[in-house]
Design a protein around this ligand. Structure first.
Ligand code: PEP
Ligand code: MG
Length: 849
């Protein structure tokens, strides 16, 4: 008994209430009380009390009710730790019964009293007795007799009379809300929003002030900013003779808050109350150090503040609100930086379809999560994961998504569902992770069994076909319309400038093309950490040359073809150097197995035989010769460099000639050359000797001196274990955690998607290690590699360039073990920069963490 008593408190300025024990709403109300704002009397029930209620142990309600007057009417609202985690809906007007209804009639009139009673019967029936809401459909508010009609409907359904005692009503409401929180669907929903599995629920019991009755009476909701943009804009509505959030329900007679040409407003109708309300809202912003949404009620001309919750905000608004609070000196720059979820910044940065591009619209649906994405169609989460492991963009097409699809959604570039609306699973998750998403596309005819869908004009699309989704407009499009890169608005730019000052680990971008380098530049990347040069060979004119090179009979023939590839590579590098304006550019030499450039079906081989003017049999046999049982562990990376040295020689020459050219144009460049898939020191020695020789030749030919830095990509476990050996002769080591994960687990990057969901579901792996860095295993190798390399060469530059490089958790780890930079895809650069700044700030606040 005593323990319970301690766990509920009348909210006063000194009551022992905290967010982790009583929830954010209770704590906020206490702050409002401390500001002397007109908050109705409120009792806060702690998480512990609510948990006990859910398991059948009710606190002493008489004690709780003794805080209120016997005639008070009450409401109960949820108070979880974060308002984002949701909770059961509020129940208003508890305590309404025959007696109080007649009593109230004298004060607020017959119609208003009956209306309050009706509302309570309705809420109780639906939330507590779990009756269908439509049993009240026939009751209209107009006849002033709604309560008796509702009582009759209730009694007919339940076969019992409506509870009249406030203790009974309150205990049933509390029990029902406590149980709803413990239910599986509520649990899943809040976990999807980031709540821990054991998140608690607090409840507050508040005296109702009526927005109905004599004088100016009504209720409204107000905030000072726009939830989409975060810009100052008084937003909300007020409705006379209403309660709760009625004003937001588009009812006739709703008033704007500020003067508006579209209709009457609170500002013009009740200027004094309006002014007072804005003054109070501004005080809340300043003292609560946050943009708040305020629920207010006016009762007979008196303003009451019932509640304040953090304004719900889209990512753009989250940045702009944090920046403007810092600019107004309400919070510090550091606090502004830590307030914004780095992943939310990612959502801001998605590409959009160029408004001038032609749109081949296949179907329309609900615009559920902004941004546009192009990718191949896949119909299952495991296929999406397999695509991601191959580095291929895909659009996950599902009838609807469920929690088992979350991993696939993370892996996809976009999601398209046949069913659903803005609050369905795909939409909620999509917005949460910044994934373009279109839902409710019912115009599409799905045939998931045959892995196909068709549209009304008869066209059909199979798995592997290319489509585009526009999550901003809700369009599904054919082909690949032109995209425009995400724009950085002023607030985000300023925030990233602050992040730049605060962060202590550099962030580079993985960029293979000038367009990616441009994006990296837009986001102020500290250079390019990985340029995968093989991507430059996949363009059409080069592919044929590449194939010719592979078919060359001898070294001289091969050199002749490479000579034709040389100017192409040189111009690629020159463009990158020029774009990056002296920032470091790390170029990885050729990595994939040669056979990746060869066709794998008969038709392709025939085309190739034609293009190269060779007999088909020769093409077939060459393809067969190059085939490997396990190509990812075969002739690739430095192994090609050692056995077919001409390729690396050509690439080194292209890099050096571009260096000379760029320097002539006024851009000083010290190129970084990285050797992939090293496992032995001797590999490095062989390649280094040849690259040095090419450098000397280019210096002699051009009579221009230049420097370059040679480094190693650590992506085999042996390279990590022998990092001391290979570090001695290297300017830098960059950990390629994609391959390192593959080789540490002995898990194919290309095939693991097929069983990854099972593995994660059965708890074999906590997460997909290709998505979330495996700190325990792969991380151990990174730590070992870093320690061993630094042991022999303290100034060696160390970094990570696998896909993990952009995730806040990996950055935390890499920073802790002393890496100099992370390199990630260009769009994740701002995310990584913000995460890096947050880590540095948190360390300064509490270095023990
Ligand atoms: C890696 O293996 O981590 C890496 C960055 O290289 P790639 O993904 O090109 O194999
Ligand atoms: Mg690799």
């Amino acid at each position: 008994m005593q323990r319970n008593f301690e766990n509920y408190h009348l909210i006063t300025s000194t009551a022992k209430i905290s967010t982790p024990t009583h929830g954010g709403r209770a704590k906020c109300l206490q702050r409002l009380v401390r500001l002397d704002l007109p908050v109705p009397k409120t009792v806060a029930l702690s998480f512990d009390v609510i948990k006990e209620i859910a398991f059948g142990k009710m606190p002493n309600l008489n004690d709780i009710l003794s805080n209120f007057a016997p005639t008070d009417i009450l409401c109960v609202r949820p108070s979880s730790e974060s308002s984002d985690w949701g909770g059961p809906g509020a129940v208003l007007n508890i305590g309404m019964n025959e007696e109080r209804c007649s009593h109230l009639k004298k004060y607020i009139g017959e119609k208003a009293a009956s209306e309050l009673y009706f509302r309570f019967i309705q809420a109780y029936s639906v939330s507590v007795a779990r009756l269908d809401p439509d049993i009240f459909d026939h009751i209209t508010e107009a006849n002033g007799n709604s309560a008796s009609a509702a009582l009759a409907a209730y009694e007919q359904e339940v076969d019992e009379s409506f509870p009249q005692s406030i203790e009974h009503q309150l205990s049933e409401v509390l029990r029902s809300m406590a149980r709803a929180w413990e239910g599986t669907s509520a649990r899943l929903l809040r976990e999807a929003k980031g709540a821990p599995a054991d998140a608690g629920l607090g409840l507050i019991i508040q005296k109702m002030v009526f927005g109905v009755g004599d004088g100016e009476s009504g209720s409204g909701v107000l905030q000072l900013v726009n939830s989409d943009t975060g810009q100052y804009q008084i937003t909300g509505r007020y409705l006379r003779q209403s309660q709760g959030r009625d004003s937001l329900s588009d009812k006739l007679g709703t008033l704007f808050l500020t003067r508006d040409t579209r209709g009457p407003s609170l500002e013009t109708e009740e200027p004094i109350i309006f002014k007072d309300l804005i003054k109070k809202a501004e005080l809340m912003r300043k003292k609560l150090r946050e943009e708040m949404q305020i629920e207010f009620t006016i009762e007979n001309g008196q303003l009451h503040i019932l509640d304040g919750i953090r304004v719900m905000r889209r990512p753009r608004a989250a940045v702009s609100i944090a920046v403007s609070l810092a600019k107004d000196k309400i919070i510090s720059k550091e606090e502004a930086l830590v307030r914004v979820d780095p992943r939310a910044v990612g959502e801001l940065l998605h590409r959009q379809i160029d408004p001038n591009a032609e749109r081949d619209i296949l179907a329309r649906g609900v615009a559920a999560s902004p941004g546009a994405a192009t990718g191949t169609v896949v119909f299952s989460a495991s296929e999406a994961q397999a695509c991601a492991a191959r580095g291929e963009a895909c659009i996950l097409v599902r009838r609807e998504t469920s929690p088992e699809d979350i991993r696939g959604m993370h892996a996809a570039a976009g999601v398209l569902t046949e069913r659903g609306g803005t609050t369905s699973h795909a939409a909620v998750i999509g917005r949460g992770i910044g994934l373009p998403c279109v839902v409710g596309v019912s115009e599409i005819n799905f045939n998931s069994n045959n892995k196909a869908f068709s549209i009304s004009d008869g066209r059909s699309f199979q798995e592997g076909d290319l489509i585009t989704i526009d999550g901003t407009l809700g369009h599904v499009l054919g082909g690949t319309p032109k995209m425009i890169e995400a724009a950085l608005d002023d607030s985000l730019k300023l925030m990233l400038d602050w992040a730049e000052e605060a962060g202590d680990i550099k962030v580079r971008a993985n960029a293979d093309t000038p367009s990616e380098a441009r994006t990296a530049q837009n986001f102020n990347a500290h250079g390019i950490g990985l340029c995968r040069t093989e991507h430059m060979f996949f363009e059409d004119d080069r592919l044929t040359l590449m194939r010719e090179m592979i078919f060359a009979d001898n070294r001289d023939e091969r050199r002749a073809v490479l000579k034709r590839l040389l100017p192409m590579q040189r111009s690629d590098f020159l463009e990158l150097f020029t774009l990056m304006q002296g920032l470091p550019v790390c170029i990885r030499l050729f990595d994939p197995p040669l056979h990746e450039f060869l066709p794998n079906d008969r038709e392709g081989m025939h085309d190739l035989a034609e293009a190269l003017d060779l007999p088909l049999s020769r093409v077939v046999s060459r393809v067969e010769t190059l085939a490997e049982y396990n190509p990812m562990l075969g002739m690739r990376g430095v192994r090609v460099g050692v056995t077919v040295p001409e390729i690396y020689e050509m690439q080194a020459r292209a890099i050096f000639e571009a260096t000379v050219e760029a320097s002539r144009n006024g851009t000083p460049v010290v190129p970084e050359i990285m050797i992939p898939l090293v496992s032995a020191k001797r590999e490095v020695e062989l390649v280094r000797a040849r690259i040095d020789a090419v450098a000397s030749m280019v210096r002699a030919e051009t009579a221009i001196d230049f420097d370059y830095r040679l480094g190693i990509m650590v992506e085999t476990p042996r390279a990590a274990l022998r990092a001391d050996d290979i570090a001695l002769d290297s300017a830098f080591l960059s950990f390629g955690t994609n391959d390192l994960t593959q080789m540490t687990y002995g898990l194919s990057r290309d095939d693991a998607g097929r069983f990854m969901s099972d593995y994660v579901q059965q708890g074999v792996f906590p997460e997909d290690p290709f998505h979330t860095l495996d700190i325990d295993g792969v991380g151990e190798l990174l730590k070992m590699g870093v320690t061993r390399a630094r042991g022999v060469k303290s100034d060696i530059v160390l970094s990570i360039c696998g896909e993990h490089g952009g995730s806040p958790e990996s950055i935390d780890f890499c920073r802790k073990i002393g890496m100099d930079y992370v390199s990630c895809s260009p769009f994740r650069v701002p995310v990584a920069k913000l995460a890096a700044a947050q880590l540095a700030i948190k360390d300064r606040i509490d270095p023990s963490k």
